[in-house]
Design a protein around this ligand. Structure first.
Ligand SMILES: [Zn+2]
Length: 64
């Protein structure tokens, strides 16, 4: 599996009180943390737009 070039991240939006999605470009990929339940990626460590950050995604058991 190759490194992703972009990730559809999810974040909680306080204004709308709902989950929002945002596609973030990936400059460097540094691995992920997996969900303890479904073993799928839950957060990714990346460099995006010149900054290191952790972005969250919806794992397999958290879909709505
Ligand atoms: Zn899960």
């Amino acid at each position: 599996m190759g490194n992703p070039t972009e990730i559809n991240s999810v974040y909680w939006d306080e204004k709308t009180k709902s989950w929002q999605y945002k596609v973030v470009p990936v400059e460097e990929y540094h691995g992920y943390t997996e969900c303890q339940h479904c073993r799928r990626p839950m957060s990714h460590n990346i460099k995006s737009e010149g900054e290191f950050k952790v972005v969250y995604v919806k794992c397999g058991c958290a879909r709505e």
